[in-house]
Design a protein around this ligand. Structure first.
Ligand code: FAD
Length: 413
């Protein structure tokens, strides 16, 4: 694609990735038209607080916004919302919106995010059964998210556990049902998962591990969750956090390659050189991780994709940063750098009993990821090592008589 011919950029999806892409393009010096199309009724906002401060009521919608609404007009970014894009005509380079309006593009960015998986059981449509992806979802949950209410969380991933933590803080009675035998099974090691299981149990969360929800009970409103083994857990409120599906309807309709997300190259370009895909809906080769094509769900990945796509449209290079992620539960700050999949050794630095430790993941001699709990130094140190493809031997990393800073400096010599 000759980047000098780009006069009109359309971005579909006004979330973290789409909002960033529009902004980065303008800040990078793009002078043409930028149109941001979003189906939600407000400007781009952050999702992480939805299962944290926004759920607890400590943050309002204004503070959730990525930037003030007026800034879009100031930067000549046309924000069309709420409206859904329903069709892409690749040959004619046009996008059709709900209602029939068509918009031409020279470059198109798909930033359509992901949809929560609904519970695949009878009763999932009862009043009081929720998923949690949007501010509107939380607004619907909050009136029943009150002290004494019986909450059942289905799925012990990060979102499920964050919801459980806020619920306990507010005095709800909380049961978490997880089909795997441990929480966080997809996203971390048994060592770190075990720590979070203990912490939540200490805070009064009940866990049903290896539990199979079979039926949501109730006439119009949920009253309980029945498990396959016949037990029933009473519930006033059910929140399902069982993962998401990338939103690829438009990409599929126009024939782009899909593999758990819209497949792109390292520049976030799909098989059609005029179309980019970024954020939760996209999968691209991961630099630092053998160029394995992977879809990530994180703020960092959304921002990274936006930076790369904008730079490519501007004909510039963009360096790639090691993936990072975080989760807040009670007073625990979990910070993750790198990708732990495929690790063959995990080494702990510090002790879980002190509630401040880090798990370092190795593949052979190579450090590939860290989970740091209340240990920001370890997180930053490991992140910079992974970024530079450097490592620290497993037996040395466990030695807390040496500071992380010293170890990182020694690794660079
Ligand atoms: P989204 O933010 O989902 O935006 C996509 C937008 O596109 C949506 O508004 C959608 O409605 C819109 N859209 C889709 N199709 C169309 C269409 N056809 N027409 C118009 N609009 C359309 N990440 C972290 O790093 N740390 C955290 O602690 C963390 N916590 C999280 C907590 C929750 C509750 C959730 C839901 C996510 C959390 N994440 C966290 C993940 C992070 O928020 C996402 O990875 C990030 O928002 C992805 O950005 P995105 O722009 O790709 O998708």
């Amino acid at each position: 694609m000759d980047t000098t011919n780009i006069k009109r950029v359309l971005v579909i999806g006004a979330g973290q990735a789409g909002g960033e892409a529009a902004q980065r393009l303008r800040q990078g010096g793009f002078e043409g038209e930028i149109t941001l199309i979003g189906e939600e009724p407000c400007p781009p906002y952050q999702r992480p607080p939805l299962s944290k401060a926004y759920l607890s009521g400590a943050m309002d919608i204004e503070r959730l916004l990525l930037r003030p609404a007026s800034l879009y007009a100031d930067e000549r970014i046309a924000l069309l919302a709420p409206v859904r894009a329903v069709w892409i005509d690749r040959a004619g380079k046009r996008v059709r919106l709900e209602g029939g309006r068509e918009l031409p593009y020279d470059a198109l960015v798909l930033a359509t995010g992901a949809r929560p998986r609904p519970l695949p059981i009878v009763g999932a449509d009862l009043d009081g059964v929720h998923t949690l992806r949007t501010a509107a979802d939380v607004d619907a949950i909050r009136p029943r998210f009150i002290a004494g209410a019986k909450l059942v969380v289905v799925g012990a991933g990060y979102i499920g556990l964050e919801v459980a933590a806020i619920a306990r803080k507010l005095g709800l009675d909380v049961t978490v049902i997880e089909t795997a035998v441990r929480p966080l099974a997809r996203v971390t090691s048994p060592e770190v998962a075990g720590f979070f299981l203990d912490e939540h149990t200490r805070q009064g969360v009940r866990f049903v591990l290896g539990g199979q929800p079979a039926l949501i009970k109730g006439r119009t409103h949920v009253t309980g969750v029945a498990l396959a083994d016949g037990t029933e857990i009473p519930a006033d409120l059910v929140i399902a956090g069982i993962g998401v599906t990338p939103e690829t309807t438009l990409a599929q309709q126009c024939g782009l390659e899909l593999a758990n997300g819209v497949v792109t190259d390292k520049q976030c370009r799909t098989g059609d050189p005029s179309i980019f895909a970024i954020g939760d809906c996209a999968a691209r080769p991961m630099t630092h991780f053998g160029d394995r094509v992977q879809r990530l769900e994180s703020v960092h990945n959304a921002i990274e994709g936006a930076k790369i796509a904008a730079a490519t449209m501007l004909g510039k290079e963009q360096s790639v940063e090691t993936p990072w992620f975080w989760s807040d539960q009670y007073d625990l700050k979990l910070q993750i750098a790198g990708l732990f999949q495929g690790y063959d050794k995990v080494v702990l630095r510090g002790s879980p009993a002190e509630r401040a430790f880090a798990a370092f993941y190795y593949k052979g001699p190579r450090l590939i990821a860290v989970d740091a709990i209340n240990r920001p130094g370890e997180y930053l140190g490991a992140k910079s090592l992974i970024q530079r493809s450097q490592t620290i031997a497993p037996d040395i990393i466990a030695d807390t008589s040496r500071t992380m800073k010293d170890l990182v400096a020694a690794a660079g010599q």
